[in-house]
Ligand binder design. Sequence first.
Ligand code: SF4
Length: 382
Amino acid sequence: MKKSDLFTVLMPYLMGYKMNRWFGSDRFHPMTLTYSVTAACQSRCKTCQIGAMFCQDPTRPQKDLKLDEIEKIFKSMKPVYFFNMSGGEPFMRDDLPQIVELACKYLRPRVVHTPTNAILSDKIVKNTEQIIQIVRTYDESVPVTVKPSIDGVGEKHDAIRGVKGNFNCLLKTIEGLKKLEEKYDNFHLELGTVISNFNINDLEEIEDFVHSLGVESYRNEVAECRTEFFNLTDPITPPADIYQKLIKDFAKKVEENIGKKKKLARTTEAMRVVYYNIAGKILAEQRQVIPCYAGVSNVHINYDGGVWPCCVLGYDQEMGNLRDYDYDFQKLWHSKKADEVRKYIKGKNCACPLANQAYSNELLHFPTLCKAGVKAIQFSLK
Ligand code: SF4
């Protein structure tokens, strides 16, 4: 993301969201689209039951949106800034590059991102290269990021992800993606950890390992109970006080290493450090510490065409299914049901530290944005 985009591209989106909150205006479009491309996943994570659901019922991905359906949906949408793919495991879809092509054609994203469980190493590297080339044919400056998950080092990773040999596949995937990083200047590899009760004592080890690999970008997110993950009663989220302490140490490390990062990475790290602080407070106080704009600034399309404000509320607060709206996103987005869901969120009936939503919320909360701005200036001087 270019710094200037905040004023030249994002500002009109942000104004639309404020007008909706203040005056009920309906002239707004999501700047962030997360699309769960498939219900299929080979992982059996302790923090997410999507893989277990797939194992119990392998026919679930038959409901995945087909390319022609996706095309109709994207065609009915306005441009988005961030295009995030999700799953299941995104790379289990053979036509993932074609999905990105449709996104580039109709949504013109300025950032393309996907996480991965890193199991299908060769396919991930091959399809990532295809995705990078597709994105470059539309705009060479659009960054593509792929984020393999690392929840532990060695066998600990395999135990949490529920797949023997996953860690070795992860190393192979990282090696292949690092080569792509050398080849394409718009491609970035980053690693991510889900902090749960299963790895709270291993974070330092994981972080040191990530640094030893020479991967510049590393982020972590707290394990959450989400309807998307079918894990609402699973004891996975660390206690708030422990998380706050971990995150304090993590933020300290980010500050110590900031001098080694590129200029743009310093701005995103500033947003990240502010996010960690907010996430800790949300866990401790169980309330929206700053107002949430899910279902306004961000939208989530599920594998079967369901439209959600966020993956945490997911199935519980579905705004509708695009298959029932003749694939017309605008019709669903401005429906009565979608407005009811927005009222529920505006009424602060939920709270969570969902990272990708929290970054949008930061941009929309002036005091928090100022804090991130001051942090970014401090980081740029280091
Ligand atoms: S606070 Fe969390 S659960 Fe509620 S709408 Fe925002 S992202 Fe979703």
